[in-house]
Design a protein around this ligand. Structure first.
Ligand code: THG
Length: 287
C-alpha cells in the first residue's frame, strides 16, 4: 500500500517497501511555553527555524499543531501553515481535533496534505472524512472510538476496520488512510508498549496499511526519553510501522531510524547511514 503526500513540488511516498518516513513533531506548542506565547502573539520565527532544522536532518513531512489554550486555533493554524510553506517545501500534516482548524489549513495548502486526525468515533468521522474528500487529503485514523482506548489490540484493529469502511462510504481510498495504533506512556502502564507493538503487527498483517505512531508519547514522565523513543521506533519498524511523528533532532531517535531502515533493507549499500555519519562528523566542533 502506498500513501502519497505532496507539497508544491515534492512528493513523499509512505510504503512498507520504502524508507521510513519521519514526520517532524516540533511545531507543536504543547509543553513548550515560549513557543505557545510566540505563536499566540503572531511571532512565527521559531516555527520557521524548527521547520528548517527538522527538514535539514531528514524529516520528510512536518506536523503542524496550533493548539494554544485560550487562543484562536484556526487563525494560528492558518498563519503557521503559511509561514511553514514559505520556509520549506515538504508535505504537511495538520494536527488538530478541530475541523475548523483543519479546514483553515487545508483551504490554503498547495499539495496533498495529511489530516491528523480522526478517531473511530462516528461524530469525528462525520466531520473529518468529508474534509479529506473535499481537499483530496490523506487522513490519520486513531484506533479508538466511542468505547475509549482499548487495551486489546484486536479491539484497536476493529476500530481501524470501521474507519476504513466509513472512508470507503465517502469514496476515500484505503491508501489514503494511515493508522495510528495509539502510543501511551509506559510510565503509567508498563504493558502500554506491548499493546501498541502488537497492534502495529495486526494492522500490518490484516490490513496491509501504512501505520504512523506518535513515538515520543511512549516516554512521557520517564528519564532519558530519547533512548526510550529511539528503541520504541526501531521495534515498531520491525512490527510494520512505516512512519512516525517524532523528533528527528534527537540524534538517538534519528540514528535508530536510519539503522532500522538499513537492517530492513531500505538503505542500499548503507548509503544514507554513511551520508548521515559524515554529516554529523562534519558538524562536530574541531577537537
Ligand atoms: N498521534 C498523532 N498525532 C500526535 C500524537 C500521536 N500529535 C501530537 C503527539 N502525539 C506527537 N507530538 C509530540 C510532540 C512533542 C512531544 C511529544 C509528542 C513532547 N514534547 C515535550 C514535552 O511535552 O515534554 C516538550 C518538548 C520541548 O520542550 O522541547 O514530548 O500520538 N496522530
Amino acid at each position: 500500500m502506498e500513501t502519497i503526500l505532496s507539497s508544491r513540488t515534492k512528493t513523499v511516498v509512505i510504503s512498507p517497501e520504502k524508507p521510513f518516513v519521519i514526520i517532524g513533531e516540533r511545531i507543536n506548542p504543547t509543553g513548550r511555553k515560549k513557543l505557545a506565547e510566540e505563536m499566540a502573539a503572531g511571532d512565527f520565527s521559531r516555527v520557521r527555524s524548527d521547520a528548517l532544522a527538522q527538514v535539514e536532518v531528514g524529516a520528510a513531512v512536518l506536523d503542524v499543531n496550533s493548539g494554544v489554550p485560550g487562543a484562536d486555533e484556526s487563525a494560528i493554524m492558518r498563519q503557521a501553515v503559511q509561514r511553514v510553506m514559505e520556509t520549506v517545501d515538504v508535505p504537511l500534516c495538520f494536527d488538530s481535533p478541530n475541523p475548523a482548524a483543519l479546514e483553515a489549513a487545508l483551504s490554503i495548502y498547495s499539495g496533498k496534505a495529511l489530516i491528523n486526525s480522526t478517531t473511530g468515533e462516528e461524530t469525528a468521522l462525520a466531520r473529518v472524512l468529508p474534509l479529506a474528500k473535499k481537499y483530496g487529503a490523506a487522513v490519520i485514523g486513531l484506533c479508538n472510538d466511542e468505547h475509549g482506548i482499548s487495551q486489546d489490540p484486536q479491539a484497536r484493529l476493529a476500530v481501524a476496520r470501521k474507519i476504513l469502511a466509513r472512508a470507503a462510504d465517502y469514496g476515500i481510498p484505503a491508501a489514503d488512510i494511515i493508522f495510528d495504533p495509539l502510543v501511551l506512556t509506559v510510565g503509567a502502564d508498563s504493558n502500554a508498549g506491548k499493546v501498541t507493538l502488537e497492534t502495529i503487527r495486526l494492522l500490518r498483517q490484516e490490513l496491509g496499511a501504512n501505520i504512523s505512531a506518535g513515538a515520543s508519547n511512549v516516554s512521557f514522565g520517564l528519564p532519558d526519553r530519547p533512548a526510550l523513543n529511539a528503541t520504541f521506533v526501531a521495534m515498531g519498524m520491525m512490527m510494520g510501522l512505516t512512519a512516525s511523528i517524532t523528533n528527528p533532532l534527537e540524534p538517538a531517535v534519528h540514528t535508530a531510524i536510519l539503522a532500522a531502515d538499513l537492517f530492513l533493507g531500505h538503505d542500499a549499500y548503507g548509503g544514507k547511514w554513511i551520508k548521515n555519519f559524515r554529516k554529523r562528523e562534519k558538524a562536530k566542533p574541531a577537537a
